[in-house]
Design a protein around this ligand. Sequence first.
Ligand code: PEP
Ligand code: MN
Length: 276
Amino acid sequence: MHDDVVWANDRPDIPQTRPVDVAPDFAVGGPDVVLMAGPCSVETYEQTRLVAQEIARLGGRVLRGGAFKPRTSPYSFQGLGVEGLQILRAVADEFGLLTVTEALGVEQLSAVAEYSDIIQIGSRNMQHYPLLWAVGELAKPVLLKRGFMATIDEWLKAADHVASRGNKRIILCERGIRTFETATRNTLDVNAIAVVKQTTPFPIVADPSHGTGRADLVLAAARAAVAAGADGLLVEFHHNPVEALSDAEQALPLASLPRFQSEVAAITRAMGRHLI
Ligand code: PEP
Ligand code: MN
């Protein structure tokens, strides 16, 4: 062992994470680790309601679901648009949940801000500066995903673009980067979680669903992210993954949510935190 190693946890120069308030009784980046769960896409009212009901039953607080989808192929399901936002809001309200959903462009921002509690900026849009400036002018929390080809420095500068317009309620999201590896869709950069913790006051959540692209790896990646210091997880669940209209391979079955929650909670407790 080297005596000169300085553990990050002991260093006085490490910035304190500044919690981002989402609701009067709920923040990201505080003592609790937050699980944000839900389908990749809002497909139907019933499908979204099933996930919301289960999250609420297990004491979860945040429902995710895309209404505007950034799909690689223009022939794939593109999302329900405003109808999807309305479904997400309606089922979240029924069960007292908060929501996170993506705005693909500036033109959708006011609708997304009207219906959702957190505005997601997707990986493909991390350097879409007019969109960053526009969310920077809003009074809503922003979940800023890392571009899958972006360095940590580029990602943090993207966060600065948002903050420079006034909105400091930024939650970073590590969602995997493109590497030479082909066994997984992306490589979840666990290093980045520790780097962000050491260098910025922003809370950081991890997305092990996009980070792996494989349902069988999501739990392991989620546990690793929490162990590295993540303040939350964004995870895709579907009541019938084989029928999911987007990201079917990485969706966890809704029936596995209780087990997923308890397996992650064990790591959370080891970190001296609680999973909510
Ligand atoms: C998503 O969260 O469903 C999504 C499209 O994520 P990303 O922008 O990370 O690909
Ligand atoms: Mn997805």
